[in-house]
Write a protein that binds this ligand. Structure first.
Ligand SMILES: [Cu+2]
Length: 132
């Protein structure tokens, strides 16, 4: 009975639904990538002191990519939360990028980054980015 139902009544519709779902998912996943913007933090100046005002006036979306350019012998990029941002302190086990040309994908909501070298975050080497 079940076999008959699936075999004769729902087979075509079920297959079509699966195909449609796969196509839709593919579109959604692709469109996010296709529409993602790439921002160079600090623009031509790069990731440096007093960069904290750089996000002002810009609109960021989740999936957008921030590029941090800097000399890896002098700086790094630590992913922190609001507390770490305000206190200029990365938590233990925090993700720290240190290639000198890091690409970081924004997540929805607030994204906080600081330079984890002593004193640098205090010298405004930090950004808070809100992604829609
Ligand atoms: Cu630094």
């Amino acid at each position: 009975m079940l076999k008959v139902l699936i075999g004769q009544m729902d087979k075509g519709r079920g297959a079509a639904a699966v195909v449609a779902t796969v196509l839709l998912l593919g579109l959604l996943l692709n469109s996010e990538n296709a529409w993602a913007a790439t921002f160079t933090v600090g623009d031509a100046s790069g990731w440096k002191f007093n960069v904290d005002g750089w996000p002002e006036g810009k609109t960021f979306n989740s999936g957008d990519v921030l590029v941090f350019n800097y000399n890896p012998e002098r700086h790094d990029v630590a992913v922190v939360d609001k507390q770490g941002y305000d206190a200029c302190k990365a938590s233990e086990g925090a993700t720290i990028f240190q290639s000198g040309s890091d690409q970081v994908t924004l997540v929805k909501g607030q994204n906080y980054f600081i330079c984890n070298f002593p004193g640098h975050c205090e010298s405004k080497m930090k950004i808070a980015v809100n992604a829609l």
